[in-house]
Design a protein around this ligand. Structure first.
Ligand code: DC
Length: 218
């Protein structure tokens, strides 16, 4: 009789929330403290936005935008330190952090075909030892069976200050991300909401570590 080898499981923590709620900073610290890989799902949309601009694709042409999501030399990598995006073997991660790229990312992220194309790429990161996955639909769509789900919020003015952006820009992106038909920004039923407006980064991280510890060994 052959011995059964059980598949090692990945521990998955999802952190969803609007722009500027602190998801990235908090997730980065959590990944290091828990020794899990740090998956920024916005990097897929930002990377694709960058690629669309580089290839001068008309953003209204959904088929052309979607085709680029399958572009062979579009590669995302994640480890404990963070998520990197490569196009044609070149690390373009540093080009992705501005609000202009974010706006294009938000626009193309509303196309169901684009979301579908990027879904499996994201799910592929659910490998041992596990991930901290941050974004908009990680707890609702990408990793619905995550071990811990957090929904991180903060007031609009606090979020705009953190992003060094004006409130209107952030609010427009909030609206676009929350009102799209497919996988809009929303709190999963089983997510725990944390309002970071009056909390320091360390306070948010400690709160989440407390929640994770409860589930870690179960
Ligand atoms: O988290 P971010 O600011 O890097 O995300 C940029 C845009 O990408 C965001 O405005 C909407 C889109 N996005 C998404 O639709 N789903 C995700 N899971 C992550 C980002």
């Amino acid at each position: 009789m052959s011995a059964t080898i059980s598949k090692p499981k990945a521990f998955i923590v999802t952190i969803d929330g609007p722009a500027g709620s602190g998801k990235s900073t908090v997730s980065g610290l959590l990944a290091q403290r828990l020794n899990l890989n740090f998956l920024t799902t916005g990097a897929f949309y930002r990377g694709l936005a960058y690629l669309c601009r580089k290839k001068a694709v008309d953003l209204k042409k959904i088929e052309e935008v979607t085709a680029l999501a399958y572009y062979k030399a579009f590669d995302v990598q994640a480890d404990v330190m963070g998520t990197k995006v490569f196009i044609d073997g070149i690390d373009i991660t540093n080009e992705l952090s501005n609000e202009e790229v974010a706006l294009v990312a938000s626009q193309i992220s509303a196309y169901p075909e684009v979301r579908l194309a990027l879904l499996d790429l994201q799910r592929d990161f659910a490998r041992p030892p596990g991930i901290i996955a941050e974004g908009r639909d990680c707890g609702t769509v990408v990793f619905p069976n995550a071990n811990v789900k957090i929904f991180l919020t903060a007031s609009l003015d606090k979020r705009a200050t953190r992003r060094l952006a004006d409130e209107q820009t952030i609010s427009n992106r909030d609206n676009a991300d929350s009102r799209r038909k497919v996988a809009p920004l929303s709190k999963a039923k089983d997510a725990i909401e944390i309002d970071s407006t009056a909390l320091s980064v360390d306070e948010v991280v400690d709160k989440i570590i407390g929640i994770v510890k409860d589930k870690w060994k179960k």
